[in-house]
Design a protein around this ligand. Structure first.
Ligand SMILES: [Ca+2]
Ligand SMILES: [Ca+2]
Length: 86
């Protein structure tokens, strides 16, 4: 009966693949709460998205503009954008 062993090169490739996967996981973008449009930066466009529906309830306002999730798009949501502004 022939014994089957995994060549060391295969183990090395497996370890390299796992390492590359782990590095890739760590490079996933973490969006700040104020990044309303999820483009990776908190800037004037995020302010505009909140300002556009300012004073609205959700719905009909855009739910992503209600950053704190209280059902009202107001100064508290703008404050979150301002706090995260880059
Ligand atoms: Ca943004
Ligand atoms: Ca809100």
């Amino acid at each position: 009966m022939k014994s089957t062993t995994v060549p060391k090169i295969m183990l090395a490739l497996l370890l390299l693949s796992l390492l590359a996967y782990a590095v890739n996981i760590q490079s996933v973008k973490c969006f700040k709460a104020g990044d309303v449009n999820k483009d990776g930066v908190v800037d004037v466009f995020d302010f505009v998205m909140v300002a556009f529906d300012f004073g609205s309830t959700v719905p009909p306002g855009n739910p992503v503009a209600d950053i704190n999730g209280d059902g009202l798009i107001d100064v508290l949501d703008l404050a979150i954008v301002a706090a995260d502004f880059s």
